[in-house]
Ligand binder design. Sequence first.
Ligand code: CS2
Length: 447
Amino acid sequence: MFTEDAMLADGSSDWGIVGVTQRSDTVARQLAPQDGLFTVAERGSGAAPLRVVSSIVEAISGKDHPETVVDRIAAATTHVVTLTITEKGYRIDPHTGSLNTGDPQVRGDLAGHPPQTAIGQLTRGIQARSRTGAGFLTVVSCDNLPGNGELTENLVRAFAAALPGEEAEPLLAWLDGNVTFPSTMVDRMVPATTGADLDAIERELGLRDEAAVVAEPFMQWVIEDNFAGDRPAWEKAGALFSNDVAAWEAAKLRLLNASHSLLAYLGLATGMETISDTVEESSFRTACQLMLTENALPTISLPDGLDGAIYCDRILERFANPALGHTTAKVGSDGSQKIGLRLLSTVRANLDAGREPRWAALAVAGWMHHVATAPAQELNDPLVAELLAVLPAERSAVTVVPALLSMRSIFDEELAANATFTRLLTHWYRIIETHGLNGLRKEINNG
Ligand code: CS2
């Protein structure tokens, strides 16, 4: 949408997006027969009319055609690569924070097989550019990760450095002079499209669109102004260029995404299907507000132009959008990849300052309860095998909390050994487990 709007705003027509899917080829299969056209259906108050977006010119399944992806990245006509591959797509080693070179797919990509991982495809594409003189490239990570530009650069460099010396050296040198990795913060809630959404859109549009996307009306993109070469005039489409993206990203992760996870796990613990249902429950809304004001806001410095109180009110309004149908299961998925960035950063900062992270601990306890009680097939998480392996047969607060805290890929030693944190987790877990919704209501309302 930003790219199409940018072209409409400055009258250019020379940009087009090659969309690449990663693990699942569904979206590429949906888009290809439609020439990349897809409908965006905004839902909720202030929604714009249906819009068919035309900025995607090609859709490729990266899993099936990795060499084509590398070729497109290598093309001299390519100037920017954006990544929206979710936390787990980066293949980060949780112990080092760098590339997980123990991951079999990363190893295969390094060995020169047709690359399967996003970082492998990207680095191989950049390597091809370096050999053909295809020119400057800017890589823009759009995922919910702090310092996503710097992180992506580190992963690409780690991949390059792990190649044989005669390949590594020229590639690392070429990266220095030709590729930049600005950080960005993207914000728009986009639930998984359902069959009912497609039917409703078909009735409104008069056409069947298999690739239609449902979204909230709000959208925001803050981009660090660090481009190696050309780019669409995204600022003309409403993107904000800023040199303080880290602060925007921290605010989003610790305020919006953290509350989203808190509500998702409270909802999953009490049988609520959508995020909008969870904010209708006034005690959950209160827990969310308390987490924001007492635990999260004191730990971050807000970027210029962001008013904390207004931002937090706005988040709750956005969560309450009943037309969106954003499910607690979707937001609660991949918890092992999300809670560290969204919640544990807040937990640590409070403990360091001698404060109790009561509400952030409630969210983490909710996640633990979800992991310990969800049927295995509903546990959507890349670490599912590891999580199930540490869980005890007998599952209660006193057994589950220490078992999950022992996972070093999620909790560092210091945090796992912190008595205050363990006490808070055990307290909340016990309330969820023994008293359910009524217990939570009582305990939250008591403050
Ligand atoms: C959500 C995010 O699924 C999740 O984990 O918290 O995808 C959230 O909807 C977006 O970050 C909003 O910009």
